[in-house]
Design a protein around this ligand. Structure first.
Ligand code: ARG
Length: 483
């Protein structure tokens, strides 16, 4: 008999009579939870991912309780030794699974009781799962920010290396995806280096802001035990303790800071990915994507699809969805902790995993793509991309007001179009026929190389400018690697 929704629902509601009350908090409960209550309540299936942070937090807490005489030194040592043994078990892959244990915090405490007996029950003195989970999650998100920063540094390096290789390679620059002015490929790649640099600074800002310890805020109001929150904060690498216990257990802005930085970063990656998709298409033909980042078609033998780039583009949508999910979860929640906040973790985990894949795939594509530079040059030379240079020449050499020069150049482009020629190939007689102030010297600015070389303004596309920016970028990357 197939399981209908109705039957499954009945089964999930049943079975509370058959279960005993929860051993951690069931003192005033006669009955156990409905099966569905166990299922909806349990975060263990996902929050076991916080196990390292949970054990680190508990060890710091136990050590502090011992140092302050809240536990005896012997009790604290037994607890710490037990937690270290559990660390080894978890690291070997034996993570808890039983949904009755609810979450990683209770599962670890239960495991500690198995190992060291009733003294395990003293670990939870002067704390609550509310400050515990806030601490674990901050530690986790802090690691995420560090990881992303490090992998973005690799992407920056790849961009800088390829840009250095192509500081002189001419390609069409676009506005409205219409040929606008020639630029260099190095300049184009360095634009993404800038974007990624700002993304990195956003992750670093988020990290600096989140780096205060909620541990010891307890359930919501602090504790009457003589704890030392500065001590646990220092042990966990925080800059100090958080200043308000209600805020400590009830905000997840640190996770949102991460998710917003991740969203912005994924938007940047999606733009670069989109360029790769366009560049790899036959009408453009600017790159050939390496086999390692392409797939074939099961029906069209000629196909080489840019799937990795498409997925980087697509993942931005999911990452933004994760950010939106946590925004909506947090919206309108009163102080202090509410169980809604348990839903903070899946979107953070998902976004972090997707972002990691996107950064790594994009780095690989940047490193290994081959750029078809003749094709880029050919397209840069078509499309009248040096029209602005002609107008600028009239301004500079013939003192024509720019607006008038723009009109004159428009007529030259029209003549070239009609003749099926590029601007640089128009006979001087034709150009003089359009405006007598034009002379032979104009040809020097109509080539794409002259065009890019002339754009020497700070941050412009001239190869010398691009090389200067690359040198600075390299020095910065080497400097931080040496830190
Ligand atoms: N699993 C919970 C979470 O992730 C831990 C905190 C539970 N606190 C509570 N008061 N029930 O949010």
């Amino acid at each position: 008999r197939p399981i209908t929704i109705a039957r499954a629902a009945k089964e999930r509601m049943a079975d509370s009579e058959n279960r005993g009350a929860n051993s951690m908090w069931g003192g005033r409960f006669a009955q156990g939870p409905a099966a569905v209550m166990r299922e909806i309540n349990a975060s263990l299936p996902f929050d076991k991912r916080l196990w390292r942070q949970d054990i680190a937090g508990s060890i710091a807490h136990a050590r502090m309780l011992g140092a302050k005489g809240i536990l005896t030194t012997d009790e604290a040592s037994q607890i710490i030794a037990g937690l270290e043994a559990i660390h080894a078990e978890y690291a070997a892959g034996n993570l808890p699974e039983d949904l009755d244990l609810e979450d990683i915090h209770m599962a670890t405490e239960a495991r500690l009781a198995d190992k060291i007996g009733p003294v395990a029950g003293r670990l939870h003195t002067a704390r609550s799962r509310n400050d515990q989970v806030a601490t674990d999650f901050r530690l986790f998100v802090r690691d995420c920010a560090d990881e992303v920063d490090a992998s973005l540094a690799l992407l920056q390096r790849a961009l800088v290396d390829r840009a250095a290789e192509h500081a002189d390679t001419v390609m069409p620059g676009f506005t409205h995806l219409q040929s606008a002015q020639p630029v260099t490929l190095g300049h184009h790649l360095m634009a993404y280096h800038e974007m990624i640099g700002r993304d990195r600074s956003r992750f670093r800002d988020a990290r600096a802001r989140m780096n205060l310890s909620p541990l010891g805020a307890a359930a919501l109001a602090g504790t009457g035990f003589p704890t030392d929150r500065h001590m646990t904060a220092a042990a966990l690498g925080f800059d100090g303790p958080t200043r308000n216990s209600l805020d400590s257990v009830s905000d997840r802005d640190f996770a949102l800071d991460y998710l917003m930085a991740a969203t912005q970063c994924s938007l940047h990656l999606s733009r670069l990915a989109e360029e790769f998709v366009i560049w790899a298409s036959q009408p453009f033909g600017f790159i050939s994507l390496p086999d390692a980042y392409s797939t074939g078609s099961s029906i069209m033998p000629q196909k080489r699809n840019p799937d990795a780039a498409e997925l980087v583009r697509g993942h931005a949508g999911r990452i933004m969805g994760c950010m939106t999910a946590l925004c909506v979860t947090m919206k309108g929640l009163p102080l202090a902790y509410s169980k809604d906040m348990q839903d903070d973790k899946p979107p953070l985990f998902e976004a972090h995993d997707l972002l990691g894949l996107s950064i790594t795939a994009m780095t690989g594509m940047v490193e290994t793509t081959s750029f078809r530079t003749e094709r880029m040059r050919a397209l840069a030379e078509s499309g009248f991309s040096t029209a602005t240079d002609l107008a600028d020449w009239l301004v500079r050499e013939a003192n024509v007001p720019f607006r008038e020069a723009h009109h004159i150049t428009g007529r030259a482009v029209k003549a070239a179009e009609e003749a099926g020629l590029q601007l640089a190939a128009l006979p001087i007689a034709t150009l003089k026929g359009i405006d007598t102030r034009i002379d032979e010297r104009v040809y020097a600015v109509l080539t794409v190389d002259a065009s890019v070389a002339s754009r020497k303004s700070y941050g412009g596309t001239a190869p010398d400018q691009v090389r200067a920016r690359i040198a600075e970028a390299r020095a910065a990357l080497n400097g931080e690697a040496g830190q």
